[in-house]
Design a protein around this ligand. Structure first.
Ligand code: NAD
Length: 492
């Protein structure tokens, strides 16, 4: 990695220098030092990658699944052997703490493990004698060339929600990482190269909108997996579909957590603080609004304010740090403006994290944990995604009101309830309109063998990433009806 040397693309089994004329600095958000340069690759480089992936598909789909997963077994070992270095890279470019970066890799590896089950996961089904002497068989076949477009906040894990399944199913893949955090995928592709996957099976094209638009339009690309903000998710979904592709797009969020009076206060506060302030609030499963019910109000308000004030903020590589910076200076400014707007629209600042200066990292994009109380349900901060370490507090008197508040949202990524009542938990699980539900859990992130769900404006599409739904997304079904006349009248 050299600050002046542009990062490379990886196309058809080879590292290649982009012919880009525009480059962006890759910046360490804690120190603001420049780590590298990322090329904004032109459209024709995506075309070269798609052509290579289409050529590779011919033999890759014929490679037996039991052999395809051998490359994933190798990848899993390589990821484990290089975990420290991979985690260090995420912290460098993304800012989260080293422990958070390691956690991200454990989730990534879990997806490789699940995809290794493809010889059984990909099986179809059949029925003999649907009519006398006629059998019917459903088989799954790969869709072809696929593309993954990822956001900045999980540069390691998110591509793994998709590509291990895609290649295990016999597809070929192009990955376009976020231009803000492209270093992590350089490292991953070094490991992919070391697995000796056949050339063209997996390709890396760095860039931004021009590459995304080229993916949306390219006739060889059959399926697109996108994760990012909802406006871009909607754009990718509608444009991808208009070009006849299957598309799955995970978008933004505004996640509420509900605290009932019978919740364990100590546990709830610890979990709520981790959810709201972990990864500096830059998680699509971050708690953004805490809704207290009845007498939970005062005890929780006091406890969460204290948790926010005592959280250790700093450089993610330093010992003892619990929260890093936000990704860019623009992000920091946007978040601080949203806090200000929240107060203008009725909220009071209980803990103010604005203007944070971290000794030794004065230029970093830091905001300390912030808590707003009495958030006006009609205000911007009650509805817009903040994607920063800001928790808004609201209050209602009953669980029904709390659920109504959850369901009034246009978002549907996650909703959580803290309680010791099984009946309340059941009511919440049944009625809350969100794709990921937590009961006494603050970040309801599904394990790799469950789909990463998401409803409403938090997801556009049908099949989600991870597990069986990923296998369905990356395969197309074919139904075969067979008759063999010579056996019609025979007795066996
Ligand atoms: P983003 O939408 O800005 O970027 C995501 C990807 O889209 C990047 O690769 C980027 O290059 C590309 N892109 C950006 N603008 C584009 C445009 N106009 N046209 C075409 N492509 C474009 O998102 P981000 O800031 O990198 O990530 C944060 C967002 O991602 C948040 O909204 C967060 O909630 C969401 N997210 C969602 C999930 C989920 O599972 N639902 C997970 C992680 C992050």
């Amino acid at each position: 990695m050299h600050p002046q040397k542009p990062l490379l693309n990886y196309i058809n089994g080879e590292w290649s220098t982009s012919k880009a004329t525009e480059f962006l600095d890759v910046v360490n958000p804690a120190t603001t030092s420049i780590l590298s340069l990322v090329p904004l690759s032109p459209k024709d480089e995506l075309d070269t990658a798609a052509t290579a992936a289409a050529a590779a598909f011919v033999n890759w789909r014929r490679t037996p699944p039991t052999q395809r997963v051998q490359y994933l077994f190798k990848l899993k070992s390589l990821l484990e052997d290089n975990l420290e270095d991979l985690a260090h890279t995420i912290t460098l470019e993304c800012g989260k703490t080293l422990a958070e970066s390691k956690g991200e890799w454990h989730r990534a590896i879990e997806n490789v493990e699940v995809a290794c089950g493809i010889p059984t996961l990909m099986q179809g089904y059949n029925l003999e004698d649907i009519a006398r002497g006629i059998d019917e068989i459903m088989i799954r076949q790969p869709v072809g060339v696929t593309a993954v477009i990822s956001p900045f906040n999980f540069p390691g894990m998110i591509p793994f929600w998709f590509f291990p399944y895609a290649i295990a199913c016999g597809n070929t893949v192009i990955i376009k990482p976020s231009e803000k955090v492209p270093l992590t995928m350089q490292k991953v592709f070094e490991l992919l190269e070391a697995t000796a996957l056949p050339q063209g099976v997996i390709n890396l094209v760095n860039g931004a909108k021009e590459v995304v638009d080229a993916i949306l339009e390219h006739p060889s690309i059959r399926a697109i997996s996108f994760v990012g903000s909802s406006p871009v998710a909607h754009y990718v979904y509608s444009q991808g579909a208009a070009h006849g592709k299957r598309v799955q797009c995970q978008g933004g969020a505004k996640n509420p957590i509900i605290i009932l009076p019978d919740a364990d206060l100590e546990m709830t506060t610890r979990i709520a603080a981790d959810s709201a302030f972990g990864c500096a609030g830059q998680r699509c499963l971050a708690a953004s609004l805490a809704v207290t019910v009845a007498e939970a109000r005062h005890s929780f308000t006091e406890a969460i304010a204290s948790a926010a004030q005592t959280r250790v903020v700093g450089y993610g590589l330093d010992e003892g740090v619990q929260m890093g910076p936000v990704i860019t200076h623009q992000s920091q400014v946007r978040i601080e403006q949203l806090i200000e707007q929240g107060t203008q629209e009725g909220a009071q600042v209980l803990v103010d994290g604005r203007g944070a200066r971290i000794p030794g990292y004065e230029r970093g994009n830091f905001i300390r944990p912030t808590v707003l109380q009495n958030v006006n349900p009609k205000s911007t901060i009650a509805h817009d995604e903040v994607f920063g370490p800001v928790l808004g507090l609201m209050h209602v008197e009953t669980i029904e009101e709390a659920i109504a508040l959850v369901n009034s949202s246009k978002w549907g990524n996650m909703a959580c309830l803290f309680t010791s009542s099984g009946a309340a938990a059941r009511q919440f699980r049944y009625q809350a309109e969100a794709g990921n539900i937590g009961i006494n859990i603050g970040v309801a992130a599904p394990m790799a063998f469950f789909p990463f769900s998401g409803w409403k404006d938090s997801f556009y599409g049908d099949l989600h990433g991870q597990g069986r739904q990923a296998v369905e997304f990356f395969t197309q079904t074919k139904v075969v009806v067979e008759r063999w006349p010579q056996y019609w009248s025979r007795q066996f």
